[in-house]
Write a protein that binds this ligand. Sequence first.
Ligand code: GLY
Ligand code: MN
Ligand code: MN
Length: 477
Amino acid sequence: MTSRPRSTKSLSTKAYRSSRSTSAPKVAAVTALAPPSVKTPPIGRDEFARRRRHLMKTMGRDSIAIVPAAPVHLRNNDVEYAYRQDSNFHYLTGFPEPESVAVLIPGRPHGEYLLFVRARDPQRETWDGRRSGPSGARRDFGADDAFPIGDIDEILPGLMEGREKIFYTVGVNREFDRRVVGWVNGLRAQAKQGRHAPHEIVALEHVLRDMRLYKSRGEIEQMREASRIAARAHVRAMRFCEPGRFEYEVAAEILHEFHRARADISYLPIVGGGANGCILHYRENAGELRDGELLLIDAGCEYECYASDITRTFPVNGRFSPAQRAAYEVILEANLAAIDAVRPGNDWNRPHEVAVQVLTAGMVRLGLLKGRVTSLVKSMAYLRFFMHKTGHWLGMDVHDVGDYKIGKAWRQLEAGMVLTIEPGLYIPSGTRGVPPEFRNIGIRIEDDVLVTREGHEVLTHGAPKDPSAIETLMAAA
Ligand code: GLY
Ligand code: MN
Ligand code: MN
């Protein structure tokens, strides 16, 4: 487990003391006494502005982009789900509130970036929390101009007028789709009065997904932090785990580690003991953890809207049985070989091909498959035990945007892309023709990997995956 973040005060007191003792610690003291660096957010206003400029350049001057915030979703009766901003809206604005709309109008002399936001309202703010209001949207989020959301029907048609294309994502928010069509139709109906309606709706997400695929330095820093937090949560789970505990108790340890770092889940955590580890999207997290079984945990967090996605598998009692270890080492070999294939110049599918090769050879060695590895790979015999792909793009969404193919060819990996590597092996109890010691074994090892100019960086290295390292860690708990 990690230690609490120490306050500046306790750091400097300690450094002061050691600076008085011997000469050797003095060197450390000088470093420790350096003024604490002011933590500037890695993604600042200028980066959001850069993204908007880039998008507007791609759109061209005869266009307008309309980007609504995510709606609030009800959980039951009048209880809301925790609000999560729409990823594209956040990517372009950083504005965290619902009931907002961003409008980009390239080349507009009176301002290219407008925000429609909830008006200030002391009474509502007493009940539901603070609002930026139009003045806050201008002051803190760099909008050239901002208006109350209630005025949008009156203002937006005038802004669309004279533009040929609307960049907008159709089909995500039906209610908002209808409003966009309503604004266009309203302009069309006034054609005789000389008003000109845009005549083309262009898929905004198409441009944004290419932008979001390449992570900036600031984004990479957020993703490193999301990975560090999730890795700590996995370590905590390993230390906590023992026979007789329940899956939900382990899940609670993970959530504790996320929340104390101001992070949230990036998807529902999977905490599956024994046979439950063979259910790919296991959600109940209700079972008791039993001696002699494995525990598969797939849990990642979201930090400042950026996701991590880690899976670790380890023995409930802290010691791998020989069969568990033999199977585990096959997946680990596939994980390492696939990570090694993450480098510029290789295509998207190369790590998967490498993983499939290693896994199939391993399945033959374990006695799960019989035959020649080459033909088993060709006939996809491995799908019996490994039925998903080796990874996906990772970013603001856990299954992030970005095309996997360009035309018919797999996309080339390039520096700045982030993907997961997650080979697995699943042998539910009913599986025929399998040595009994392998039944109820579900193993996945998942890491988050950044493509760099030289090769790659494993963002999730903080979560141990070497079987002996896991055993040592669990024994020390
Ligand atoms: N946790 C979802 C996935 O691994 O893709
Ligand atoms: Mn994943
Ligand atoms: Mn996962």
